[in-house]
Design a protein around this ligand. Sequence first.
Ligand code: MTE
Length: 310
Amino acid sequence: MAGRYKSDLKWSDVTPKTDWLNRRQIMAGAGALGLGAIAGPALAAFDPVPSAFSTDEEPNSFEDITSYNNFYEFGTGKEDPKRNAGALVSEPWSVEIGGLVDKPGNYDFDDLLAGQTLEERIYRFRCVEAWSSVVPWVGFELKDLLDRVGVQPGAKYVAFETAVQPQAMVGVQRGVFDFPYLEGLRMDEAMHPLTILAVGVYDEPMPNQKGAPIRLVVPWKYGFKSIKSIVRITLTEEQPVASWNRAQPREYGFYSNVNPERDHPRWSQATERRIGQGLFARRIPTLMFNGYGDEVASMYAGMDLINEFF
Ligand code: MTE
């Protein structure tokens, strides 16, 4: 698709992912020498700008974050998405934006990106199942898009919906879950600068198994809030349905902020296992709001995050 990516040649075609950080240094150096077009961006799909919101923790490798996934549309096993998501049709893609907005419509993927500065956001990502990762997302703030389409005064929530492609999705064929996968955020959460729509990882277009071509990332919430392969965004007055909350309301709340003090009914949330370090690696403590409390805690002041708004 013209103008969408810088080149068809991906960096992964020519170098192992572990070299990424080195590559960035090379690119920085090449840029200084005026060699950028040769050594740098020509090899990458996106050329995102860095963000002050990025953690300096070591990102997981591309291999780690694309071979251990949850994407029930492609099966319930951790390796199923990588195995099966090749069938996802992610081009052309459009997102239907509606509800309480000034400019509802069906926005083509390229429209969504037009004029948008893409940022690299290196975020911690904590799944409710107590594994975690560090991911160098490429994306932009959801707020930018919502501002563009015009949020009407009555809007209090944002609802999200994943594509259903029965032909391509073995999990849909087998009926392993009540699809389409649905999620939602409160308006202030949706407008928070940490909340992004991600279109890539490691400067490359989003791999299918991670939610191509566009997904939500809300780093202070359990991973299931970060809905993949979005086709619909609807601004509502009422709290929208969220799939896991609907499926098991006693286990999964609508808010689902990472909270080491509120155990899942069937397991502790106090610690987590970072993927890619082997099953016997030392577990690390889980942080309130996944470590983003300084930025987000005030949104929940006075709310009972253990019993009521978990
Ligand atoms: N989105 C859709 N459409 N379907 C899913 O099954 N799984 C969720 C979330 N988004 C899921 C989804 C869960 S449980 C997690 S932990 C994260 O995606 C996993 O994201 P990752 O595979 O990129 O690590």
